[in-house]
Design a protein around this ligand. Structure first.
Ligand code: ADP
Ligand code: MG
Ligand code: MG
Length: 204
C-alpha cells in the first residue's frame, strides 16, 4: 500500500473537519492547564491549510504537506503553529520525490517529524506534550510492515489518554507542576484527531 496525493489531501481535510468540530473542546482543555486558545489556534491554522490546498494541482505528497506546514507556521500564533508546522515540514522533506509514498518512507518521515518537534520545542517524551502521541506512533509503526488504520487509530487514542497522568514539564502547563496531572494535554488531543484523520484517509 502507498500513500497518495489524494490521501494526503484527504488527511488534511479530515484533520480540519475534526479540529473545527472539536474547537471549543480543545480550548476548554487548554483552559484547564494553559491559556485557553488551543482550539482557536488549531482551527484557524487548519482552516487556512484547507483554503491553501483548495484548487491546487499537486503532483507529489511532499508538495501538499509543504504547503500545509508553511501555512501552519505562518498563520498560527501559539506554540502549536511552529510545532505542528515543523512536523508536517519534516514529513514533507522526507517523502520528497515519491509520487506515492511507501510505508517505509512514511515511517521514516514520521520519525524525522518527531525529531524535528523535539528539537524545536526542546522537549522529550514524558513531558505532557504532543510528542507523547507522535513518538509512540513512530515506535508502533516501526514494528509493523504496512499501513494499518486501526493500529494508527488505537495507538493515537491510548497515547492521548495516557497524557492525563503525566506531570507537565514543558509548555504553559509546566507552570502548574503537579496540578497539571489529571488533565489531557490539548496538543495531544489535536494530534489524536490528526492521526484519526490519517487512519480514515488510509481506509478510502
Ligand atoms: P500556546 O501554549 O502558545 O498557547 P497552544 O495552546 O496552541 O499554544 O498549544 C499548546 C500545545 O502545544 C500543548 O498542549 C503541547 O501539546 C504543545 N507544546 C507546548 N510546548 C511544547 C514543547 N516545548 N514541545 C512540544 N510540544 C509543546
Ligand atoms: Mg494555549
Ligand atoms: Mg497561546
Amino acid at each position: 500500500m502507498t500513500f497518495t496525493v489524494e490521501q494526503a489531501i484527504n488527511w488534511l481535510t479530515k484533520s480540519n473537519e475534526k479540529i473545527q468540530k472539536n474547537k471549543d473542546y480543545l480550548s476548554e482543555l487548554d483552559q484547564a492547564i494553559g491559556d485557553g486558545d488551543h482550539g482557536i489556534n488549531m482551527a484557524r491554522g487548519f482552516d487556512e491549510v484547507v483554503k491553501k490546498l483548495d484548487g491546487n494541482d499537486y503532483e507529489q505528497v511532499a508538495d501538499v504537506l509543504k504547503d500545509a506546514a508553511m501555512t501552519l507556521m505562518s498563520k498560527v500564533g501559539g506554540a502549536s503553529g511552529p510545532l505542528f508546522g515543523t512536523a508536517f515540514l519534516k514529513i514533507s522533506m522526507a517523502v520528497k520525490g515519491e509520487e506515492a509514498v511507501t510505508f517505509g518512507t512514511f515511517v521514516k518521515a514520521l520519525e524525522d517529524a518527531v525529531a524535528g518537534v523535539k528539537q524545536r520545542g526542546k522537549a522529550e517524551e514524558g513531558e505532557k506534550t504532543m510528542i507523547d502521541v507522535w513518538s509512540p506512533m513512530v515506535e508502533r509503526m516501526k514494528a509493523a510492515d504496512d499501513f494499518d488504520a486501526s493500529v494508527i487509530r488505537d495507538n493515537a487514542k491510548s497515547s492521548m489518554e495516557a497524557t492525563k497522568d503525566i506531570v507537565a514539564t514543558k509548555g504553559r502547563a509546566a507552570y502548574l507542576k503537579e496540578r497539571s496531572k489529571g488533565h489531557l494535554d490539548p496538543g495531544s488531543v489535536s494530534s489524536y484527531y490528526i492521526f484519526e484523520a490519517l487512519a480514515e484517509s488510509l481506509e478510502e
